[in-house]
Design a protein around this ligand. Structure first.
Ligand SMILES: Nc1nc2c(ncn2[C@@H]2O[C@H](COP(=O)(O)OP(=O)(O)O)[C@@H](O)[C@H]2O)c(=O)[nH]1
Ligand SMILES: [Mg+2]
Length: 303
């Protein structure tokens, strides 16, 4: 990616972040159809080593002459200023590479929440011709889980000895993970954690995700992780599961877009006075909402 394209992409991403859901972003020059990049969603608790892993993965892709777009969804993101200094230093040489593009999303954006902006951002980066897109989220909240669930492969990273096992179940990470990575294998307590994870996985009734172990800062297990990712990509492309998964994601996004646009339009035509009247009535909340919606769809609005 040349400096001019880099600037163009950065500007479009900034515009995207401020876009109203009913507007569309202009198509960038020479845009490639969206969907060519393989998208990897990486989530897990803060400090598990996700950024360190992503750094290593990105480097491996560069060795294979593939370009990588990285989206970090984290209010305290290490990829921009203001965050953890150590992380920033780690990412530093990556940011000087032409084949790497890094973007942080810390705000909710205008266009209907973090999930929406993150996936739209991935589309945009994809259209600029990147081969791989990696999205990092701190995966405990619902929108973080939604984001990585909207990728082609979902990787959940844990560090042993932090009592995360229970969190896996609570946060719904079991359901979305295609792969569990147990990082920091150089630390104590890894065996116990692996046993605990196995126990949890055995209780699962649907497809069991694979488990890999790494020590990201030492570079251990990275080549196995790369093999897994590329193999997963090939496999899901060949057996049609990638296509199915993307089709389902597309339906979800279109539905969500419709909801956002309808809500936006509704508040444009229902006047504050009408809203006031309903708010100040004794009507139950749900009934009040129904009344506003009926008014909207009947077209008998006051603006
Ligand atoms: N001992 C050990 N520390 C690691 C490993 N991977 C990452 N770390 C350290 O763990 C801390 C958090 O890593 P980071 O990648 O920022 O975690 P994130 O919050 O999940 O993105 C940093 O100080 C890393 O250097 C590992 O495999 N072993
Ligand atoms: Mg991080």
């Amino acid at each position: 990616m040349n400096p001019k394209q880099r600037i163009q992409l950065s500007r479009l991403l900034t515009r995207l972040d401020r876009l109203d859901p009913s507007e569309s972003l202009p198509k960038p020059e020479h845009a490639r159809p969206v969907g060519s990049a393989f998208r990897i969603g990486i989530t897990g608790p803060l400090g598990a080593g996700k950024s360190t892993l992503i750094n290593k993965i990105a480097r491996e892709y560069r060795k294979l002459e593939m370009s990588v777009g990285i989206i970090a969804v984290d209010p305290s993101s290490p990829f921009t200023g203001g965050a953890l200094l150590g992380d920033r230093v780690r990412m530093h040489d990556l940011t000087l590479d032409d084949g790497i593009f890094i973007r942080s999303l810390a705000t909710r954006g205008a266009s209907g929440g973090l999930t929406f902006s993150a996936i739209d951002a991935a589309d945009l980066i994809d259209s600029f011709g990147f081969d791989r897109i990696i999205i990092e989220t701190v995966g405990v909240g619902q929108s973080e889980v939604d984001i990585v669930g909207a990728c082609d492969a979902t990787v959940v990273v844990f560090e042993p000895g932090s009592g995360d096992g229970i969190q896996v179940m609570k946060a719904g990470l079991m359901e979305i993970a295609d792969l569990f990575v147990v990082n920091k294998m150089d630390l104590k307590g890894t065996d116990r954690f692996l046993t605990e994870l196995e126990t949890i996985l055995e209780m699962k009734d649907h497809d069991r995700p694979d488990v890999l172990t790494t020590s990201a800062n030492l570079g251990d297990g990275i080549s196995e992780l790369m093999d897994w990712l590329e193999d997963y990509f090939k496999r899901s492309m060949n057996d049609g599961s990638l296509e199915n998964r993307r089709a389902g994601q597309r339906i979800d996004r279109i539905k969500r877009s419709v909801e956002l646009i309808v809500a936006r339009k509704l508040w444009q035509v229902i006047s504050p006075a009408t809203l006031d009247k309903v708010v100040n009535s004794d009507m139950p909340v749900r009934k009040a909402a129904h009344q506003l919606i009926e008014q909207f769809f009947s077209g008998k609005t006051d603006r």
